[in-house]
Design a protein around this ligand. Structure first.
Ligand code: PBG
Ligand code: ZN
Length: 318
């Protein structure tokens, strides 16, 4: 009795609903929400359902979302990614019209928009076709500006190009968007935990892999260096991705001084979800424990597919 009364006083780490960011998929190819098979409980929404979804999230206490787009047309140069009438741009506008207080974060990358599925402009290199860094930087600047024009509060570049944050910062500043923040996917590992997401976003690549521009999971120093570079280039928030397998990195990066976000990715979600559905784990307890672990390790913000449910669970516990 007494021990359980004292416990809340001695709880060091508390996850708040305000810490959570909900990833949202907006799909130009559908008129109704489509369930994502490999991510039970997650959907691809038509653009018309995004603002109502934002309303439901706000009502639960979730104050930020991260938008991914699935365009109806893909091409070599990702033109759909920076079109003013693109799927993400329309989704952002609709949220800002109906729920202006929602903080809108957009994923800035090309892999959902390219026919080859890579994160930028591809061309011939000495070792065959591969991502070209500098042409891709211009593309990222254009995508970020188009999102800012639509009303995005924060852009989240995820392509891991060299000079990415600096290029986006100057493109935003040049176009009057100096208030728009950059949340950089600064320490993004070449992880197999993105598998369910690539189904969800139809962003699997058709040749090669992303190992050239994502960090080897074995490399801690490299992850820290990437984060330090992004900090120097003007990032406002640093991100570590995936989350739970990378708590040491999160803890190190939290020491750099900028706010830090952890991305609990699709594979992390699906593992907990699947074991929960089988009755092998208690989904709610494991999910909340995982969020607590991310926060304890140093995350100020957590991007998680559990955001909506976790907000409900946290409401019940308080
Ligand atoms: C790239 C991007 C990916 C994820 C977020 N942004 C996929 C990738 O790098 O292949 C993965 C997120 C997840 O697994 O939940 N635009
Ligand atoms: Zn990408």
């Amino acid at each position: 009795m007494r021990r359980s009364a004292v416990r809340p006083l001695l709880t060091q780490t508390v996850v708040r609903r305000e810490d959570l960011i909900a990833p949202v998929f907006v799909d130009e190819t559908t008129d109704e929400p489509r369930a994502i098979q490999s991510m039970p409980g997650q959907y691809r929404y038509p653009v018309g359902e995004i603002a109502p979804l934002a309303t439901r999230l706000i009502e639960k206490g979730i104050k930020a979302l991260l938008i991914f787009g699935i365009p109806s047309v893909k091409d070599e140069t990702a033109t759909g990614a920076f079109s003013q009438t693109g799927i993400v741009q329309r989704a952002v506008r609709s949220i800002k019209d109906l729920v202006p207080e929602m903080v809108v974060i957009t994923d800035v990358c090309a892999c959902e928009y390219t026919s080859h599925g890579h994160c930028g402009i591809v061309g011939e290199t000495a070792h065959g076709p591969d991502l070209l860094n500098d042409p891709s930087l211009d593309l990222m600047g254009r995508i970020a500006v188009s999102h800012a024009n639509a009303g995005a509060d924060i852009v989240a570049p995820s392509c891991m190009l060299d000079g990415m944050v600096g290029a986006i910062r100057s493109a935003l500043d040049r176009t009057g968007h100096d208030q728009v923040l950059i949340m950089s996917y600064s320490s993004k590992f070449a992880s197999s935990l993105y598998g369910p997401f690539r189904d969800a976003a139809e962003s699997a690549y058709t040749f090669g892999d992303r190992k050239g521009y994502q960090i080897n999971p074995a490399n801690r120093r490299e992850a820290l260096m990437e984060a330090a570079l992004d900090l120097e280039e003007g990032a406002d928030i640093l991100m570590v991705k995936p989350g739970t397998f990378y708590l040491d990195i999160l803890s190190d990066i939290a020491g750099l001084g900028l706010p830090v976000a952890a991305y609990q990715v699709s594979g992390e979600y699906s593992m907990i979800k699947a074991a929960g559905q089988k009755g092998w784990l208690n989904e709610r307890e494991v999910a909340l424990e995982s969020l607590t672990a991310l926060k304890r390790a140093g995350a100020d913000l957590i991007i998680t597919y559990f955001a909506y449910d976790a907000a409900g669970w946290l409401n019940e516990e308080q």
